[in-house]
Design a protein around this ligand. Structure first.
Ligand code: ATP
Ligand code: MG
Length: 423
């Protein structure tokens, strides 16, 4: 049975350019009330069945919160229909529905009555609400003195205690501390098992995978994909991947160009003077070396030769280094280093360590990693070319950044191949 039916729903907002702030200003300067209309949702169709847990995903500004507000009926569509069967409880923007000067306790009464509870019903639930929130010591203070995490605790505790059939939650859980987040997730699982229908917005794909039966990806006010959670998330990741590749390629081009300019001029000077042993850092902390061999471009490709900057853990990755030789050198070693964004060195190697002798300098060298077994996170790549004693011709730190997404929920830095044996 469908408990939420959304049919061809459109919602627009007016964006005022220069709205007078007082009535007098608005009347006197009518021309100032110019506005632009922006469609936040453009023809949304969806059905949600009783007891389903649905994850709403998508980039900032894609329309997720607007959709939840429409389902809560605090705003109405310009076109289309929304049918809801059952009592709705929601947790939207932080603090919405709270009065700043009222205490936590008073706000519980006010908030729960908005969700349709009588005073007697709230009296019975009050202890549960306060105890779930963990705010016993603060419950008689005005909520304006609360931190955003405390607001969220209170709002969540009310929302889950009003015996709703449908629970709508925007991306507010993220402001809670880890232990409260864990408690919220456990509570959501409990409600889900009781048959409550849940729709929640999240930027945490792992959480969506863990909790949801279905996912909906909103893109610029349209549904880009909906259905099986894994597939929808993969479509979304592919889209982000393409976007970030375009951006990363531009960034890395800029990077290499800007460092190149500085380095080349330095190299010209130093070669002119034959100061061959004088290695000056070109861009301190980022690039150094005498540029006898110079790195021109570095790219990362997947097994289909697609240039990428988001990889799924375990994928085959090829790092391609283009270079040119500015001065004859006797020995050349190419190296790579992969660092996590907190500077942990995850792996580093070079052609010397790998016993790979470079006897021809062709202008390009690739290194293929069969399985990029890193765990979800952001990583940086360092690339270097140096002589066999480690004297750098060109060393570039953080030449590229890339992300790794894990399909499973392992933790740590790398995935170690393993098997379980029941003995
Ligand atoms: N009150 C408003 N007035 C004008 N425009 C609005 C208003 N609320 C939202 N918008 C616009 O509607 C679009 C969708 O916004 P919405 O808040 O639904 O996005 P979202 O997917 O929830 O984003 P986020 O991930 O950042 O929370 C955006 O372009 C936003 O600028
Ligand atoms: Mg939002």
């Amino acid at each position: 049975m469908d408990v939420i039916k959304v049919k061809d729903v459109w919602k627009k907002y007016k964006i005022y350019h220069d709205k007078g702030s007082t009535l007098k200003e608005r009347i006197l300067f009518k021309n100032r009330n110019r506005y632009e209309e922006r469609w936040a949702l453009k023809g949304i169709d969806l059905d949600i069945k009783k007891g389903e847990t649905v994850g709403l995903i998508g980039e900032n500004g894609s329309g997720k919160s607007t959709l939840l507000k429409l389902l809560t009926k605090i705003i109405y569509p310009n076109k289309g229909e929304i049918e809801i069967k059952g009592k709705v409880s929601s947790l939207l923007e932080l603090g919405a529905g709270f009065h700043p000067d009222m205490t936590g306790r008073e706000n519980i009464y006010m908030n729960a009555s908005i969700f349709g509870l009588t005073k007697e019903e709230i009296d019975k639930k009050l202890d549960d609400i306060i105890s779930f929130s963990g705010l016993e010591d603060f419950i008689d203070n005005p909520v304006r003195t609360y931190s955003s995490g405390m607001y969220m605790r209170l709002a969540f505790s009310v929302a889950i205690n009003v015996d709703a059939d449908i629970l709508l939650i925007d991306e507010v859980l993220a402001v809670g501390d880890t232990s409260f987040q864990k408690k919220c997730i456990e509570k959501m699982v409990e409600l889900k098992n009781k048959g409550v229908t849940i729709v929640f917005v999240s930027h945490d794909n792992n959480m969506v995978k863990r909790l949801c039966d279905k996912a909906i990806w909103l893109k610029n006010g349209n549904i880009a994909s909906q259905g099986i959670v894994k597939d929808v998330i993969n479509n979304y990741l592919d889209h982000l991947n393409t976007k970030s590749n375009i951006k990363c390629t531009e960034d890395s081009k800029n990077e290499i160009n800007s460092t190149n300019n500085q380095v080349i001029s330095e190299r010209e000077v130093s070669i002119e003077k034959e100061e061959v042993k004088d290695i000056k850092p070109a861009n301190k902390n980022k690039r150094w070396g005498n540029k006898y061999v110079e790195i021109l471009q570095v790219d990362m490709f997947d097994k289909d030769n697609k240039s990428k900057h988001i990889f799924i853990s375990g994928e085959t990755v090829r790092i391609s280094i283009k270079y040119k030789v500015n001065k004859k050198v006797d020995d050349v070693v190419f190296g790579i280093g992969i660092f996590r964004d907190d500077e942990v060195c995850c792996y580093g190697t070079n052609t010397f360590i790998d016993n790979y002798k470079i006897d021809k300098l062709t202008g390009r060298i690739d290194v293929e990693i069969d399985n990029l077994n890193l765990i979800t996170g952001k990583y940086y790549l360092d690339v270097a070319v140096h002589d066999k004693f480690g004297l750098p011709y060109d060393y570039i730190k953080k030449i590229l950044s890339f992300n790794v997404e894990t399909r499973t929920e392992e933790i740590g830095v790398v995935r170690l191949a393993h098997k379980w044996h029941i003995l």
